[in-house]
Design a protein around this ligand. Structure first.
Ligand SMILES: Nc1ncnc2c1ncn2[C@@H]1O[C@H](COP(=O)(O)OP(=O)(O)OP(=O)(O)O)[C@@H](O)[C@H]1O
Ligand SMILES: O=P(O)(O)OC[C@H]1O[C@H](OP(=O)(O)OP(=O)(O)O)[C@H](O)[C@@H]1O
Ligand SMILES: [Mg+2]
Length: 280
């Protein structure tokens, strides 16, 4: 049985659970349950704190896990990234109040930097020759400067709204671009490949749509350069020989622009449909 660590709480947990359901796995029904076996699919899920997942996987206690890249690096575990999972995208940044005058990481030497990711931040600063005093907090790090326990913070930034609300401004280089990742440990379990193929199928189904349209046959080359599909568009004859029916996969976020361009080439009856599952 493949033993999979999944986040039990926090911003990763809901999307991770939804992805696994879309990938055809059964999940726990009771949120207090910490283990769930999906016997049919030969996998066992362990619901763990996102921060602890890399530790379990890196030690070999569990075969794979879903966590954030920032949490993986902060853990110092031996676990490695197998694949990005296209959610929980964030950047990890330094911030301070404008009036502090701290605009460069060199100015952090000897200063107090609050963070929930002390190893990540310490490694980053040390590699750049800066020795700061790290103040480890569990969350709501943005309040640390206002409350007087730190001079600057280093934290996850998504929209930047939390920083702005706390009167902080980003400075210095990007510490890390983070995203949710599938991580593996010291031994390669044979079941990992199937899990990964299923999860990639979910990512494709979320990211792409199917586009069908009718096209004057002489516009096929031009239309293919607008939307080339994964391998090549599927082209079927229509009864009227001057027309063909075309089917391609396109990025969902580009669908409207592509429809406009195909329409301009003479395409008509352009239909877009969702993909429920995929295996490329
Ligand atoms: N606002 C956000 N946008 C995108 N990703 C985020 C955001 N907040 C946290 N993350 C990512 O989620 C992971 C943190 O997981 P964690 O469980 O700590 O989430 P959390 O929402 O901060 O949970 P909690 O604060 O309740 O402990 C990290 O990989 C982090 O980059
Ligand atoms: O840039 P934003 O879109 O505002 O998002 C970033 C915030 O989201 C997370 O906080 P969370 O809600 O997890 O609270 P926490 O600080 O207690 O972890 C993160 O720690 C930042 O504080
Ligand atoms: Mg948080």
């Amino acid at each position: 049985m493949l033993r999979i660590a999944v986040p039990n709480k926090g911003s990763l947990s809901e999307v991770a659970a939804a992805m696994l359901t879309e990938a055809g796995y059964s999940g726990r029904r009771d949120s207090r349950k910490l283990v769930h076996a999906d016997v049919k699919n030969d996998v066992e899920f362990f619901y763990l704190r996102p921060r602890d997942i890399a530790t379990y996987v890196g030690s070999g206690a569990l075969d794979v896990g879903i966590t954030g890249r920032d949490l993986l690096l902060d853990s110092g575990s031996e676990a490695h990234e197998i694949s990005e999972l296209d959610f929980a995208d964030s950047t990890f940044r330094f911030a301070s109040p404008a009036e502090s005058g701290i605009v460069d990481i060199a100015q952090l030497a000897g200063e107090r930097v609050a963070t929930s990711y002390p190893k990540l931040v310490d490694d980053f600063l040390r590699e750049r020759g800066v020795v700061a005093e790290l103040v480890k907090l569990d969350g709501a790090v943005e309040s640390a400067v206002q409350l007087g326990v730190a001079d600057a913070v280093a934290d996850v930034v998504s929209t930047g709204a939390t920083l702005r609300a706390a009167g902080l401004e980003i400075f210095g280089p990007v510490i890390l671009q983070s995203t949710a990742v599938l991580i593996g440990g010291p031994t390669e379990h044979a079941g990992i490949e199937r899990l990964l193929r299923r999860l990639r199928g979910v990512l494709v189904a979320r990211k792409y749509v199917i586009m069908d349209y009718d096209l004057p046959v002489d516009q096929l080359e031009a239309a293919t350069s607008v939307a080339g599909g994964i391998e090549s568009p599927t082209v079927s004859p229509l009864k009227d020989e001057r027309w063909v029916a075309v089917r391609v996969m396109v990025r969902a976020d580009q669908a409207n622009e592509i429809m406009d361009r195909l329409y301009d080439l003479g395409a008509r009856a352009i239909l877009v449909t969702a993909i429920h599952a995929a295996r490329l």
